[in-house]
Design a protein around this ligand. Structure first.
Ligand SMILES: CC(C)=CCC/C(C)=C/CC/C(C)=C/CC/C(C)=C/COP(=O)(O)OP(=O)(O)O
Length: 188
């Protein structure tokens, strides 16, 4: 769907893109994965969680791939937010990590994290067999945001990477989360 559109004026436009390419995947996954028979949450809130996970994944993907996308002339960042930080496409293509860029990135990372947070409750309401892979992907994908921070927000010349060891370490953590039934048992 991005064969013609290379710029996103604001968050609404970017969100719509995320909804089409990733949110819908999340929504379609729910009936396949199933909802726990003893779930106390509404189906709507679980579907919302799935949508949020798809959007969070896609926003994170954009933030990880800024440099790579720029080399193809693409900028999947909200233009109005760039302007707020006195930045524009030219700065992205110049690949210079300035303080303004770091501040801009902090805001984008914070936003992506809110989508992962909003997906957590839904992930815990899925059928028991589906929870572990979903929690694993949630925790591992969220780690990409930490990796961007660890690179001092240089996603213009570096690709944030979650190492294999870290991924393995996330698996027991994810498993622990699958044992809970939402925030009533495990407050976070
Ligand atoms: C949380 C609840 C209730 C259910 C789970 C619902 C699911 C499975 C949501 C995830 C949906 C999903 C897999 C969206 C796509 C994510 C994404 C950004 C994929 C990136 O694909 P590529 O662009 O091929 O990745 P690379 O760039 O890493 O190759």
């Amino acid at each position: 769907m991005d064969t013609r559109k290379f710029r996103y004026e604001n968050l609404q436009e970017l969100y719509l893109y995320c909804y089409y390419v990733a949110g819908t995947v999340g929504l379609m996954s729910v009936p396949v994965m199933g909802i726990a028979p003893d779930s106390s949450s509404s189906a709507q809130s679980i579907y919302n969680g799935a949508l949020n996970l798809g959007v969070g994944n896609q926003l994170t993907n954009f933030l990880r791939d800024v440099g790579e996308d720029a080399s193809r002339g693409r900028v999947y960042l909200p233009q109005d937010k760039l302007a707020q930080f006195v930045l524009c496409d030219k700065d992205v293509f110049a690949r210079k990590v300035t303080d303004n860029w770091r501040e801009f990135m902090k805001e984008q990372i914070k936003r992506a994290r809110t989508f992962f947070n909003m997906a957590e409750e839904g992930a815990s309401q899925l059928d028991k067999d589906s929870r572990w892979p979903v929690w694993s992907s949630l925790l591992i994908y969220r780690e990409i945001l930490d990796a961007i921070e660890e690179n001092d927000y240089d996603n213009l010349t570096k690709r944030a990477y979650v190492g294999r060891m870290k991924k393995y370490l996330m698996l027991p953590q994810a498993y622990n989360r699958t044992q809970s039934k939402g925030s009533l048992i495990f407050p976070y």
